[in-house]
Design a protein around this ligand. Sequence first.
Ligand code: PRT
Ligand code: MG
Length: 215
Amino acid sequence: MNGITIALSKGRIFDETLPLLAAAGIVPVENPETSRKLIIGTNRPDVRVVIVRATDVPTYVQYGAADLGVAGKDVLIEHGGEGLYQPLDLNIAKCRMMVAVPEGFDYERAVRQGNRLKVASKYIKTAREHFAAKGVHVDLIKLYGSMELAPLAGLADAIVDLVSTGGTLKANKLVAVEDIMGISSRLVVNQAALKLKRETLTPILDAFAKAVKKD
Ligand code: PRT
Ligand code: MG
């Protein structure tokens, strides 16, 4: 494959990457929300977009099935980043990684007392590092979605999840008790492609870098 393949997930990452692609002169010919196609052409015959799950973007780029991709810092931490060059924080799809508990649960007290906490999350690595650094003993329970349900259903005392407006926590009577880190999406590049396709990739990377919005 001589052309360039870009891995994106549909939803906020696709939507917020569109202006950056446009700045590089790349316009997808279809919208993944309405099309069921997983391979989407662009105005440029040598550039295509593949639509994958957000958590699969680093894997496609790592193995060279895609040359470029856009993935959240949350996803990149869990993946580990092997084989990936991460030249640019795109400052898109922003949110915060937080610890949340049911309203009325005295988290500070539980921590002070040295209680062993049951914590459910999709972000096991992030959660493990966070609680280890604080010296809090936790049993981590891996989930693949709807973390907010776990404390309500009695599966866990706390969750580690992404929060943007806070609306989901509120609707489920949960409160954020710790802010772990800010999250945004990064451009990821296959390390071999960066060398072999440098001439095609460099102008795209430069256009992205120029179009990134600073805070
Ligand atoms: O949704 P799906 O299961 O298909 O996959 P995904 O959740 O992995 O992908 P997607 O497209 O939802 O998220 C892609 C990336 O967007 C994530 O990896 C994050 O880096 C970033 N991002 C930014 C978010 C959010 N904001 C966000 N709010 N990802 C998820 N959420 C969820 C959060 O998990 C919680 O359930 O939205 C809910 C909270 O939102 P508020 O506004 O109610 O606080
Ligand atoms: Mg989601």
